[in-house]
Design a protein around this ligand. Structure first.
Ligand code: GTP
Ligand code: MG
Length: 208
């Protein structure tokens, strides 16, 4: 399948606003500024399809992106942004939990972490939730262009250890160099296949 269409559906905060369920969804969790929106753009060969910014806390809603009327990417609100009030934090938690606990068509929740940093307490909390909910605990380590190949391997080890993710899939990516872009596509193909969906993404002609 070559991607023919992509559409931003909605920024939702409550279930009534979610798009109708049947299409399968892959969601991305991670702290604010980790690069969730940038990764969606890289995968779809778009510069500013999923909105990004250098101001942390930009995505505070659940953003649904539909691809080829076949599946959706779900950009979850980022956590760990210090400058939010307690009330804002509680509302964030509620928004996220409601989606994660209720969504029947959610195939996989993928954890994004910044390759440069030791996972935070909230990363661990999120990751444990993912494992407990029965997902595969797939990790994508972002911003790999910020370090050397040797350092990348070392940091992957640190992240694995901290998250207790010994035998889990972990893929370093860079939205700048496009490192492992197609490995991520292959991963998604595997997820669709494992869930009996006839969705298979082919390598696209990259137009930057
Ligand atoms: P929230 O919406 O706040 O939750 O953040 P987010 O996780 O969506 O992060 P976003 O994609 O907006 O990226 C945050 C910042 O990191 C932006 O300035 C991006 O340009 C930068 N960034 C994202 N990915 C990479 C990467 O692979 N390499 C480098 N060097 N910078 C990146
Ligand atoms: Mg974002």
């Amino acid at each position: 399948m070559r991607i023919k269409s992509m559409e931003f559906l909605i920024s939702a905060v409550k279930p009534l606003q979610y798009p109708e369920e049947p299409l399968p969804e892959i969601a991305f969790a991670g702290r604010s500024n980790v690069g969730k929106s940038s990764m969606i753009n890289m995968l779809l060969n778009r510069r500013n399809f999923a909105r990004t910014s250098s101001t942390p806390g930009k995505t505070q809603t659940i953003n649904f992106y539909e691809i080829d009327n076949a599946f959706r990417f779900v950009d979850l609100p980022g956590y760990g942004y210090a400058r939010v009030s307690k009330t804002q934090h509680e509302s964030w938690g509620k928004i996220l939990n409601t989606y994660l606990n209720k969504r029947e068509n959610l195939l996989e929740v993928i954890q994004l972490v910044d390759i440069r940093h030791k996972p935070s307490a909230q990363d661990k909390e999120m990751y444990n939730w993912i494992l407990e909910a029965g997902y595969n605990g797939i990790i994508i380590a972002t911003k790999a262009d910020k370090m050397s190949k040797g350092q990348i391997q070392k940091q992957l080890g640190v992240i694995r250890k901290e998250l207790g993710a010994k035998d889990r899939i972990i893929i370093p990516i860079s939205t700048l160099s496009k490192l492992n872009k197609y490995e991520v596509w292959d991963l998604f193909n595997g997820i669709f296949e494992a869930n009996d969906y006839d969705i298979h993404l082919e390598r696209q002609n990259d137009s930057k």
